[in-house]
Design a protein around this ligand. Structure first.
Ligand SMILES: O=C(O)C[C@H](O)C(=O)O
Ligand code: SF4
Length: 514
């Protein structure tokens, strides 16, 4: 088994940087469905460009490399204790090589362990089997989509859909609702794994297990096959679209599994995975630990480069989008000029700030003058170059809604004019944008390579005690592009899409599976 650690390192690097073929095909199909020039088409263009960049740079597709979760099947007589140790070493090594972001945080003190190791991380689960090879599967599922997982206890009353009973039709309603409630916050278009039955724990376990199925397999259970097909056909009619911008594709895959339950409980558990669906697997020789075969890599590959050229040609014909360039410090007048739908290109300084920073800034001074400045909701992957200077390795936006309790007050307190994030914010922030003169800019979630490329100089860092993802990085950017989705005139694209998708959800109220 001398090669096992090396094989695990390869599996981690490939999973983080190279999206599997079945996922690429699903994204390519979505791209073909969108009309050129729409926000959804432009977002998918950025996404496919990012996938290609991650390939070329061998760098994380998304900066949030999640909670590494390994599922392993072993023949009897394989030493699981040694395998666990080797996996942990491989995880630490991949973290120090910036293929994984340091993501293991003490839940009480907030301290980041720095190497992805800690109580409960990574997750490693073993099962014995009678085959003569080892099967290791890895999923890197980020926090934004994990937060959109949902568990229903039937019977339930669901917004838009009415009563969901303890039958196949009730399950259908839960799944449709799960897609609606995620909106764009889990970086749609997403993939869902659904677990029917079990208890609260085993139900979610099954839902996540479903994410290990191939995107294009067919369910052998006839009822579940019909259910999966129904969801795939109808969830896209919700019109949530890529990043919640509206559009033809909201869901890229739906896999449903079932286990028995106990009489009093009836759970439907849904695991939501973003488009950056990073899961791979390998078959290993149990004697040497060497990789014999890569999984999820069968079938046709997609040439995103060719698709990009076609999209660029189509885009040139559509020029009605207003383009604005901004550089901090930004004035209130400049902000009040902006309207939902404008595309903003940023040059100059921006400052990262996410969960820990927002909490901190409520009762502390800012380490730098934020007047007229731009805050970027982002937890980057960073590395030091040969001369000890920080370099951005991956830096897409994080889900902004978590900062909703703080954002408006902090913008007013420090004079911040623009926040960049993804998934949108709520009523409190929208009101503050109007009162203070602020704007919310939506960047494309998961496009970590695409944005890292615009970040040409790290000018400094403060509050490093919060760990790399949560520190405040001061970054000089060139050509950072985002869309205005909430403006100072009370407009919110997120609110509009949520309202219209709720109306559309109501068309699925009538029973389908009797
Ligand atoms: O933690 C992050 O960088 C992003 C997170 O996965 C999110 O989607 O909000
Ligand atoms: S930022 Fe988006 S793409 Fe990245 S892990 Fe979070 S949900 Fe997924």
């Amino acid at each position: 088994m001398e090669k096992f650690q090396e094989s695990m390192y390869k599996l981690i690097v490939e999973t983080s940087t190279n999206l599997p073929k079945d996922v690429r095909r699903a994204i390519a199909a979505a791209k073909i469905r969108e009309n050129a020039g729409t926000r959804a088409a432009m977002s998918l263009d950025t996404i496919t460009k990012n996938i290609k960049m991650a390939d070329d740079n061998v760098s994380p597709i998304c900066q949030d490399t999640g909670l590494p979760t390994f599922k392993i099947k072993v023949p009897v007589n394989v030493n699981q204790i040694e395998m666990k140790k080797a996996i942990k070493k491989a995880v630490a090594e991949a973290t120090s090589d910036t293929k994984l972001r340091p993501n293991s945080v003490d839940s009480i003190t907030g301290e980041n362990s720095g190497d992805n190791l800690g109580e409960g991380t990574p997750v490693i689960k073993f099962e014995q089997w009678e085959n003569d090879y080892i099967d290791v599967r890895l999923i890197l599922k980020g926090g934004g989509c994990e937060n959109k997982n949902i568990q229903y206890s039937l019977p339930a009353e669901l917004e838009g859909l009415g009563r969901a009973g303890r039958d196949l039709d009730g399950i259908r309603k839960c799944i449709m609702h799960s897609v609606y409630q995620a909106q764009g916050q889990g970086c749609s278009a997403g993939f869902i794994g659904v677990g029917i039955g079990g208890d609260r724990t085993s139900g979610y376990e099954l839902a996540k297990e479903m994410l290990f199925r191939s995107a294009d397999d067919v369910n052998s259970n006839e009822n579940l096959r019909k259910l999966e097909e129904y969801v795939m056909e109808n969830a896209n009619k919700l019109g949530i679209g890529t990043m919640g911008f509206g559009g033809e594709t909201t869901l890229l895959g739906c896999k449903v599994g079932v286990i028995n339950r106990i009489p009093a409980s009836f759970f439907v558990s849904v695991a939501y995975n973003c488009w950056a669906y990073r899961r791979l697997g390998v078959k290993l020789d149990p004697a040497t630990g060497e990789i014999q075969e890569w999984l999820y890599q069968e079938g046709e590959d997609v040439d995103f480069d060719k698709m990009k050229e076609e999209a660029a040609a189509a885009l040139e014909e559509k020029t009605e989008v207003r383009q604005v360039t901004l550089e901090a410090p930004i004035t209130e007048e400049q902000i009040r000029e902006l309207r939902v739908g404008d595309v903003v290109t940023i040059n100059g300084m921006m400052h990262t700030g996410r969960d820990a920073i927002h909490k901190y800034l409520t009762d502390h001074d800012a380490p730098v003058d934020l007047n007229g400045q731009i805050i970027y909701h982002c937890g980057p992957v960073m590395a030091k170059d040969g001369e000890g200077n920080w370099e951005v390795k991956a830096a897409g936006p994080t889900t902004s809604i978590r900062e909703e309790p703080y954002q408006g007050d902090i913008m007013k307190k420090f004079g911040i004019r623009a926040v960049i994030g993804k998934g949108g914010m709520g009523k409190k922030t929208l009101q503050a944008l109007g009162e203070h003169g602020g704007v919310y800019l939506n960047a494309i979630g998961g496009a970590a390579q695409y944005y890292a490329e615009c970040m040409h100089k790290v000018e400094g860092v403060d509050l490093m005690q919060f760990g790399i993802p949560e520190a405040m990085w001061h970054i000089n950017v060139k050509g950072f592009t985002a869309v205005v989705t909430m403006d100072s005139h009370g407009n919110s694209l997120h609110q509009d899409v949520e309202n219209s998708s709720l109306e559309k959800l109501a068309q699925f109220k009538e029973p389908v599976f009797k």
